[in-house]
Design a protein around this ligand. Structure first.
Ligand code: ATP
Length: 267
């Protein structure tokens, strides 16, 4: 996106209930971060320093972006979604300006969450290349302006916590680091049920069995979403075939167990 458009807020459409599994993380985050955004005056009354942000790390497709969007909705905050690599501009100085603009925009629509996806692109250990050093310094500078930061919150996400510069992780910056893991069997069941909520599912589909099955071992949330979409695509295909064939019963064709079996073969 052009730098002029960089940093504009939006209201995401991911609700808390759209995030399956991750129960412990959700509880932890509800207690700390969301309460903080919703009731900063209570934190002030008890002289507890506001939490400015946190960093989520973990494997691809496990719900970090989903979680950040759901936090915005749940806390009633505006949301600015920044993809780290897109911000790194080859023209010297442009990326720092973009970081500044993002924070200026965030301050105009408080409370506001700035979500830095793939934040490692901006904050990898210093000394590697001068472009990212400048961006990191700009980011640290913005996070340090604690009065101005009031009402502005920062969530970072990365798959590469090992390359993140520790300076960004100090208290008052992205002090907390939370791990978003691959879902276990029980969480896979919960994610499948979450993903299925708005879909027509046949009575013979047993998500408890599918989620716990060997075939879904090591599946991420994104893999489970792909499984769900693949099974739905088979149902759609069959429905359209039935519709084009006058002799066929054109009742609704929900997504049944055999479609999930077929979908599992292809994923
Ligand atoms: P990356 O590290 O690649 O940026 P991520 O951890 O941010 O990935 P998301 O973008 O949040 O992952 O997830 C990708 C998709 O996978 C989501 O849009 C959703 O369809 C599905 N998904 C992942 N985790 C969950 C979950 N816990 N509950 C429901 N759906 C999920």
């Amino acid at each position: 996106p052009s730098l002029r458009r960089e940093g504009f807020s939006s209201i995401p459409n991911v609700k808390w209930d759209d995030v399956g599994g991750l129960t412990e993380l959700k509880n932890k985050i509800v207690r700390g971060f969301i309460q903080n955004i919703k009731s900063p005056e209570v934190y002030e009354e008890y002289d507890v320093k506001s939490q400015t942000g946190f960093l989520m790390y973990g494997p691809l497709g496990c719900g970090k972006t989903l979680m950040a969007k759901a936090i915005a909705i749940e806390s009633g905050a505006n949301f600015i979604h920044i993809k780290g690599p897109e911000l790194l501009n080859k023209f010297v100085g442009e990326s720092e300006k973009a970081v500044r603009t993002i924070f200026i925009n965030a301050r105009t629509c408080k409370p506001c969450i700035i979500f830095f996806d793939k934040i490692d692109a901006l904050t990898s250990k210093r000394g590697k290349d001068s472009g990212s050093v400048c961006v990191l310094n700009q980011l640290l500078g913005e996070l340090n302006g604690s009065d101005e930061m009031c009402g502005v919150y920062v969530i970072g996400a990365t798959n590469r916590v090992d390359v993140i510069d520790e300076a960004i992780l100090r208290p008052g910056r992205l002090g907390k680091v939370v791990y978003v893991s691959l879902p276990n069997a029980e969480e896979r069941v919960s994610i499948l049920k979450t993903l299925a909520r708005k879909k027509p599912i046949a009575a013979d589909v047993d998500f408890d069995t599918i989620g716990r099955s060997e075939a879904c071992n090591h599946f991420s949330g994104a893999d489970l979403a792909e499984l769900m979409n693949e099974a739905a695509s088979i149902a759609i295909h069959n429905k359209l075939l039935a519709a084009s064939d006058d002799n066929t019963n054109q009742e609704s064709l929900p997504i049944n167990a055999s479609y999930f079996e077929q979908a599992l073969q292809t994923i």
